[in-house]
Design a protein. Structure first.
Length: 361
């Protein structure tokens, strides 16, 4: 792994001359040299159209052929999970960062794929784009590491007796994240007005929640029941799809920030880190094959995404050497695992390490 030795949060001199502006200028020069736009690409459009058509075809095949055979329904459901992941990670995610296209309207249309499967674009924007990206690995401010005490992700998190088993119960609970998100989290955020939305914006969120849940129920419960004529088969299809989708989605996001190499910063106000430096110290990449890169929408390169979130993910491979060289020039670790399973192992190793009761607890 590249750059496994991290500086202490108190070592303010590390990367003292690190400059996001200087790195950004190098990246923009690279894009200009290759005649590339920051946002959008024809490759992104081709991918989005292919995913949309493929999702519809696979879903239709399940509805037509699924009732005839269990051995047809199961593999088709697995393929549908793949395309749902690709839709969320490879299309919606870029669109939510306004990176899918240079057009605001087209970004909004692509972003609606989240509403199509049952989520809220407004909640995602505030939770992910604003809070997670703006406060990466800062306990209490980054929602991606806030678990209401269920997990101990950061050394500063309060220790509870059941955390001794967190590396064992993590995967089963990760499977439920998407279901909690669809059936509880968005509605709870609306009810409590967590992000202090103004009346008009909050009303739009209300309408979006109704529309997204109606779409979710129709696609994954009502239509399958009308086809299968069995609540047991409908439940098997629904749970099989969403439990696998949830596990895959959570792991892809968590390994980037919660493993045994990334930093956590409990005292943000006392830090004076450069923006890009903060992202480098709290984020890790993993190398993988071409199919996985396509599937996760370039999120195996979370470092580049976190430093340049409004850039289309198609450019990450091009700018990776520039970011890596700049980090090396300034003595800053560039955190990258040799493959996905290595980052996965590091995540569960981190959970196990933090499952031990702290000496002062």
């Amino acid at each position: 792994m590249i750059g496994t030795t991290l500086p202490s949060t108190s070592e303010q001199q590390v990367g003292a001359d690190f400059s996001f502006k200087e790195l950004r200028d190098r990246i923009h020069a690279c894009l200009e040299e290759n005649n590339l736009q920051l946002k959008g690409s024809w490759g992104m459009w081709r991918k989005a159209i292919f995913i949309a058509i493929s999702w519809i075809l696979v879903y239709t095949a399940i509805m037509i052929y699924g009732p005839e055979s269990f051995w047809v329904a199961v593999p088709l459901t697995l393929v549908l999970v793949v395309f749902t992941l690709a839709m969320g990670l490879g299309v919606m995610h870029d669109a939510s960062h306004r990176a899918f296209s240079g057009s605001k309207v087209l970004n909004n249309i692509a972003n609606l794929t989240l509403t199509f499967i049952g989520g809220s674009t407004i909640v995602w924007y505030h939770d992910h784009v604003v809070s997670h990206h703006g406060h990466t690995n800062i306990p209490g401010q980054d929602p991606d590491i806030h678990t209401n005490g269920i997990f101990r992700f950061s050394p500063s998190d309060e220790y509870r007796w059941y955390h001794r088993f967190q590396h064992l119960y993590a995967a089963p609970l990760y499977c439920t994240k998407a279901l909690i998100w669809v059936w509880y989290e968005d509605m709870n955020i609306f009810a409590n007005n967590k992000y202090k939305l103004r009346r008009r914006r909050r009303f739009i969120l209300f309408v979006e929640i109704l529309a997204s849940r109606a779409s979710h129920i129709m696609l994954f419960i009502l239509l399958p029941y009308l086809v299968f004529q069995s609540w047991a088969w409908t439940a098997a299809f629904y749970l099989g799809h969403w439990l696998l989708f949830s596990l895959s989605m959570v792991l892809i996001f968590e390994v980037a920030h919660v493993a045994d190499c990334q930093e956590f910063y409990p005292e943000q106000d006392k830090l004076e880190l450069d923006w890009a430096l903060h992202q480098l110290l709290t984020t890790a990449n993993f190398k993988t094959n071409a199919f996985m890169v396509w599937l996760v929408g370039g999120l195996n390169q979370q470092i580049e995404h976190h430093i340049f979130p409004t850039m289309t993910s198609f450019h990450y491979p091009l700018i990776r050497p520039i970011v890596m060289d700049y980090a090396k020039e300034h003595g800053v670790p560039y955190l990258e695992y040799p493959m996905f399973r290595a980052s996965l192992a590091a995540h569960f190793r981190h959970l196990k390490n933090l499952s031990k009761r702290p000496a002062a607890a």
